[in-house]
Design a protein around this ligand. Structure first.
Ligand code: PGA
Length: 263
């Protein structure tokens, strides 16, 4: 089933970047480009995910943009509420700061920080209970792809959260397919390979939830201005989660334009 009726999302994942002055310049540069009014609200959701430290400040900067740009947390605690948990930021604290979106399951969190399916489930559950919208990342390693396990791995990662997402809550889930071998490497999945996986994810989602045909499925992994148009043309690619290229206002803007223009 095609997901082309879905409003695309373009979200910048700044990861552990940039320094304060550069972040300010980046957000101001992006705001200036938005004044062209070429990317209409109804044609594309926009978001940026700065570091936890910069999140509130960037949100404040974005408040004066000509259109909405969501502030997205890159992570959330597995612990809910408030309490003696040094270094943690809970879903409730995010919500209390008017942060309504969070990335969960990024491969860097899974691989470098050892976040297992059960940890991710706690995060997903807490985020949904607090009313956050989740961009849930999935993706296979190069080895898994070469062994022909890509689909199985990705579908399993989606099934993993099915036990904690209540029926109606699927409306608060966005999926980001990010093949690990394509992240930060300059290697992008070919539009055909990406579309094929997105179609499989779509099929899987429609089996899990009645909202399966309306869930946005973003692609991530070396998305740049140069390949965005081709990716955006794929019927089941409903947007992009952009790392490196989101650190340049013009590149990020062009990617957003590419997806907005498909509407
Ligand atoms: P990249 O990162 O665009 O730099 O490959 C994407 C991501 O990890 O979200």
């Amino acid at each position: 089933m095609s997901g082309s009726a879905i409003t695309p999302w373009v979200v910048g994942n700044w990861k552990m970047n940039p320094m304060q002055a550069d972040a300010k310049a980046l957000v101001n540069g992006f705001k200036e480009l938005l004044q062209n009014n070429e990317i209409k609200e109804e044609n594309c959701h926009l978001g940026v995910a700065p570091s936890m430290l910069a999140l509130a400040g960037i949100q404040q900067e974005l408040a004066s943009a000509v259109r909405s740009v969501y502030s997205v947390a890159q992570d959330v605690s597995r612990i809910a509420g408030t309490g003696a948990y040094t270094g943690e930021v809970s879903a409730e604290l995010l919500k209390d700061h008017q942060i309504d979106f969070v990335l969960i399951g990024h491969s860097e969190r899974r691989e470098i920080f050892g976040e297992t399916a059960s940890i991710l489930n706690e995060k997903v559950k807490n985020a949904l209970n607090a009313g956050l919208t989740i961009i849930y990342c999935v993706g296979e390693s190069l080895e898994q792809r070469e062994n022909g396990q890509a689909e199985q791995v990705v579908l399993q990662q989606i099934c993993d959260i099915a036990s904690v997402v209540q029926a109606e809550q699927w409306q608060k889930i966005v999926i980001a397919y990010e093949p690990i071998w394509a992240i930060g490497t300059g290697k992008t999945a070919s539009p055909e390979d990406a579309q094929a996986m997105h179609a499989k994810i779509r099929e899987g989602l429609t089996q899990i939830t009645s909202f399966g045909s309306s869930i946005a499925i973003l692609y991530g992994g070396s998305v740049k201005a140069e390949n965005a148009v081709e990716l955006a043309a794929c019927p089941d690619i409903n947007g992009a989660l952009v790392g490196g290229a989101s650190l340049n206002a013009e590149s990020f803007y062009k990617i957003a334009q590419a997806f907005a223009n498909t509407k």
